[in-house]
Structures are given as C-alpha cells and as structure tokens.
Design a protein around this ligand. Structure first.
Ligand SMILES: Nc1nc2c(ncn2[C@@H]2O[C@H](COP(=O)(O)OP(=O)(O)OP(=O)(O)O)[C@@H](O)[C@H]2O)c(=O)[nH]1
Ligand SMILES: [Mg+2]
Length: 185
C-alpha cells in the first residue's frame, strides 16, 4: 500500500486567555466607573451616572510578555447603603483596586475603611494584592493629596502599588493595567 502524505490541516491552537478578576472600591464619585469605562471602551463622559449596586466590565487584550489576557472588573457603588451587594464580590477576586480622587482628601482617608470592609467580608487574601489608584490626575491644580505622600503611604503598608491616573484623559491607565496583568497572572 502506498502511503500518502497526510492532507489534514491542523489549525494553530487558539490561545487560551489568562483570566484575572479585579474588584474595584472607593468612595462615591471618585471616578471608578469612569476609569473602568476608559480602560474597557476607550471612552469618557462628563457627569457619569452613579453606579446602582454593582456593574461589570470585561476586556480581552494582549500584554507583553504574558500574551492574551481576559480581565474582569467588578465596579462597585461607593454608596454605604450597598454594602450587602459589595460583599458578594470580595471572596472571588484576585486583585483589589481602591480608588480615590486626588482632589478629595476625604476619599484618601477613607482607604482604611475600605480595607476593613474588604477584610471583614472574606477578602483577607486581597491585602497583598491591593492597588491604590489616585484618579482625576488632570485636576493637578486642585490636588489635596501629594503624590509622595500617597506613594510612601502605600509602600509602608506593603501594598502592590500606587498609581495616579486620569479617566478623563486616559493618562496612566494603560500602565496601571499592564503592570497588574503582568504581576498577578
Ligand atoms: N476631571 C475629572 N473628572 C472625572 C474623572 N473621572 C471621573 N470624573 C467625574 O467624576 C464624577 C464621578 O464619576 P464616576 O465614574 O461616576 O464615579 P464612581 O466612583 O463610579 O461613583 P459611584 O458609582 O457613585 O460610586 C463624574 O462627574 C465624572 O465625570 C477624571 O479623571 N477627571
Ligand atoms: Mg460608579
């Protein structure tokens, strides 16, 4: 019997995306939804509506050197009355973003309160995977928290990192997500 060369075409395997779940907290109106929208859709609108309970964003993207990454972002309302909605998400997540507004001192001082909530509701494992994000970096003239102070504070606590971003202009947003994907995947 004559052996014929195989004509079967073997497709390249479709690469499996590495998956990462991020939960995002912080005071009301610091710009959590605006930041996630900027990252996931590349858009921004002034006067973003407050989040009712929770919202969800997901994006697949290529990160060097990790490859294809699927990032899921749980956007939680900063309204104290939604604590029962928020506490469903802490156990399942791998990374925690605590967002504050660099022009609003109170939102920076509230980070400890957010850490206590996360810890109380099954998120103890997130303490080492905590990323402090100072948003509204475009409003530098109204700054109420200095960059040095934020950086030193995050370092002392042993947090993964301190990032300043602007959801409005997009400044700092790719660097934040690239670092997180490369470190936690
Ligand atoms: N100048 C400036 N304004 C921003 C920025 N990000 C958000 N805002 C504005 O801040 C307000 C609140 O933004 P949201 O994204 O709704 O804030 P949030 O943290 O999701 O608020 P809750 O859903 O209520 O917890 C809106 O008017 C936004 O347009 C930014 O980077 N720069
Ligand atoms: Mg929101």
């Amino acid at each position: 019997m004559v052996e014929r060369p195989s004509t079967r075409i073997v497709p390249d395997p479709i690469p499996e995306a590495l998956k990462l779940k991020v939960v995002v907290v912080g005071d009301q109106a610091v710009g959590k939804t605006s930041l996630l929208k900027r990252f996931a859709t590349g858009t921004y609108q002034d006067g973003e509506e407050k989040t009712i309970g929770s919202d969800f964003f997901s994006k697949q993207y290529k990160v060097t050197p990790k490859g294809l990454v699927q990032i899921t972002l749980w956007d939680l309302s900063g309204d104290p009355s939604y604590i029962d909605v928020r506490n469903e998400f802490y156990k399942e997540s791998q990374v925690l973003f605590i967002v504050f507004d660099i022009t609003n001192r109170k939102s920076f001082d509230a980070i400890d309160m957010w850490l206590r909530e996360v810890s109380k509701y099954g998120g103890d494992h997130l303490q080492g995977a905590c990323v402090i994000v100072g948003n509204k970096g475009d409003l530098k003239g109204k700054r109420a928290v200095q960059k040095d102070e934020g950086e030193n504070w995050a370092k002392q606590r042993g947090f993964f990192g301190y990032y300043e971003v602007s959801a409005q202009t997009g400044d700092g947003v790719p660097a934040l997500f690239n670092d997180v994907a490369n470190n936690f995947l």
